[in-house]
Design a protein around this ligand. Sequence first.
Ligand code: AMP
Ligand code: MG
Length: 421
Amino acid sequence: MTYSPLQKALDSVGIRPSPAPTTLSGARDFIAATYRKAVDGEDIPLGEARGRILAQDMVAPADLPRFDASAVDGYAVTSADLEAGPARLRIADRAAAGHPSGHRLTSGEAMRIFTGALLPKGADRVVMQEDCVRDGDWVIARLPKRDGRHIRRKGEDVSAGSIVLRRGERLDPTHLALASALHFDILPVQRRLKVTLFSTGDELRAPHETIGPGQIADANRPLLKGLLEQLGCEVEDGGILRDDPEAQVAKLIDAAARRDLIVTSGGASVGEEEHLSRVIRSRGSLEVWWLKIKPGKPVCLGDIDDCPILALPGNPVAAALTFLMLGTPLVARLSGAAALGPQMLRLPTQAAIVKRAGRWEAIAAHLVDQPGEPTMVSAEKKTGSAMLGMLSHADGFIVLPEEVELVAAGDLVDFVSMPRR
Ligand code: AMP
Ligand code: MG
């Protein structure tokens, strides 16, 4: 157990490193405590910022709404004119969205007004057109019982000077809409994390290669590329590493010199462990975590020439799960995202689940939506850490902590979604 910038620092002042985590939560805590942002900021057009991570807090330069505006189509009036009952008011002018009127309402006047129009001076309420009768240049208006003023007040949503978006937030369409409404056109974001992805194994063949006896086509690169891209990474395909230390070392060193993170799958388990881990240890350091999780095998995290490297198990379901649970927070930390993820939901399970105590288990599952019922999760019938057919139909994983042995039907369980799209 040697790796981590934090523990290297502790070593240098003579503090012994803590033992390698054996639980999933221990591994996640380790990642959160050890890794820091590895990217700088850049300014980019708002239109290109979806999915990017905000590099600075954003302060509202204006109120939202920007001005008192009508919330309906109707007539702007002075309340005092209608307090005694319905009144006949002269229509003084017209205000539509983007076409304000400069007229100041006086007693006895109304103004035709449309949704989004600037409320004219002198008006303190809008009467919906359904509560009015038009009579040429006049309108007969009344105040319905329990009716609001139908005004969107300046600043009622966002007040100028307040922080509206926080550094570390991943920008989604609603964030961009808010930033745009506040008239930002350039946003400060973190540079994308540069990741190189390798698969390892002599049995693996790329899509364009023919498959011989005992060989299989590589499934993990498209899987992990997609998962990394959903986290905003810029992914380079490093290809397939053969089970040959010489070939591995050259490729890993080349990637480490140029990239922020290396992700591999396969080749990190018992038989082959010496390969990949010896290669990495020869240029850096590596932790092999025998996490008590199913499916899992060891997950390795280390560095090679100061570039972090995450080595995932080769079985596709195990690779997907360990990436979700450990790759997600690692990428979040390195790319400056505040939320470590992945997000967990608490949902009732449709059927009972029996499991072995003492290890964390993930079971591929799908969501069950029935009319009038809360959404439930249902474990897949087939399980197996290599079963991609099963995984492709699952919505995610039910995850059960170490101590649990039995979950009854209807009990709430943690569920982590498989990112789609
Ligand atoms: P390993 O972790 O290298 O021992 O691999 C465990 C299992 O996963 C073996 O059956 C491998 O053939 C399989 N495997 C490893 N990498 C991949 C991959 N990229 N795509 C599909 N299966 C893989
Ligand atoms: Mg292998």
